[in-house]
Design a protein around this ligand. Structure first.
Ligand code: AHM
Ligand code: MG
Length: 343
């Protein structure tokens, strides 16, 4: 039989393959399936990527445009002043899922109750949980911020609109990740099969594979915590910090924006902490769209995520905006913090 041999390649195949490994292709590749579910997840990730591109574009022009920086004058369900970028980014995520037939319901830090996209609900049974702009106090000073997301299956009919089916532990997350808006825009995700990162190539407008199966080192020199709260913590955390101050080799790094701090620790090791305080015994961070997605990432990378006693992924929230103390990072560093906590 006559076969036509492929033309000789001038550019090494591996380089081209990598350049062509976009986020949506990677999702299909890593699910090893062309099933409808795999296509759904790939399409959902593409829409999240589009949200990331839109937010990244607006952030990069923020200082040049009217009405991007500063506050809206409103307060969200958490009692926090809302920034204009918070509102914009929240609406971007809703908008990218309109007419998608994919995500029926979205729940975010900026919305009291979940938002339904009715036209998607007959076929789209997924819920997107997200923090549209995390660390938004950094926006006005041109420092890094991030978006955090998780995808869960909608279970049951949610007739009362309270979304009680979401009040389950983190093992219900089908996928989770974050987008870091730094000098470059980076998207990191997991679907329970390792942690993978993608850089936004502005000339292509695509997220291109940067690193597969990222592993967090077991040890790391960085501890990342707001030490301004020192006198509001209980003794366990104060004693841990005193210990760290006396040890050689530790260094403090805290940007006030969780995604950047976690990304540093994912890549280089260390530990991030947001303990409970006297004013807020559960800490500041919310489980469903902040700590649970990041815990999924950290654990998939071989690290550990705990509230001091229980794994974050085991915690069952009592409400959508439920908060939890958080200790995330290298396995040995998280265990060191836990060793100071009285059970
Ligand atoms: P936000 O979602 O309202 O921006 O709050 C979350 C942020 C985290 O990114 C960051 O780790 C933390 O709040 C900083 O809080 P603090 O200023 O209390 O240290
Ligand atoms: Mg947040």
């Amino acid at each position: 039989m006559n076969t036509i041999s492929p033309p000789e390649l001038i550019i090494p195949e591996s380089n081209l393959d990598r350049d062509c490994t976009t986020l949506s292709r990677h999702v299909l590749q890593s699910l090893k399936s062309f099933s409808p579910d795999a296509y759904d997840l790939s399409a959902i990730m593409s829409r999240i990527a589009l949200a990331g591109k839109l937010i990244s574009r607006r952030l990069s022009r923020a200082g040049l445009m009217e009405d991007v920086l500063g506050f809206t004058g409103e307060t969200n369900i958490q009692g926090e002043s809302v920034k204009k970028m918070d509102t914009y980014a929240n609406e971007v995520f809703i908008s990218v899922f309109k007419q998608s037939g994919l995500v029926c319901r979205l729940a975010s830090e900026e919305m009291d109750k979940p938002y339904y996209i009715p036209e998607n609900c007959p076929i789209g049974r997924y819920t997107l949980l997200y923090d549209p702009i995390d660390g938004s106090s950094n926006v006005d000073i041109n420092l890094n911020v991030g978006s955090i997301f998780a995808i869960r299956q909608q279970e049951g009919e949610d007739l009362d609109g309270e979304a009680t089916d979401l009040l389950q532990n983190g093992s219900k997350q089908i996928a989770a990740g974050y987008i870091l808006y730094g000098p470059a825009t980076v998207l990191v995700y997991t679907m329970g099969n390792g942690v993978h990162s993608f850089f936004l190539d502005p000339s292509l407008g695509e997220f291109i594979l940067a690193q597969e199966n990222i592993k967090i080192p077991d040890h790391g020199s960085v501890y990342s915590v707001n030490e301004g709260n020192f006198w509001q913590w209980n003794d366990s955390f104060r004693n841990y910090i005193r210990y760290v101050h006396r040890q050689e080799g530790y260094t403090g790094r805290y940007s006030g924006a969780l995604v950047g701090d976690i990304h540093r620790i994912l890549m280089q090791g260390g530990v991030f902490l947001y303990p409970g305080t006297t004013d807020q015994p559960q800490g500041k961070l919310r489980l469903l769209y902040e700590t649970a997605p990041l815990a999924f990432i950290i654990e998939q990378a071989g690290g550990k995520a705990s509230d001091g006693i229980n794994p974050i992924l085991d915690i069952i929230p009592s409400k959508i905006h439920y908060r939890t103390p958080a200790i995330l990072g290298s396995k040995n560093e998280v265990e060191l913090v836990e060793s100071f906590i009285e059970k």
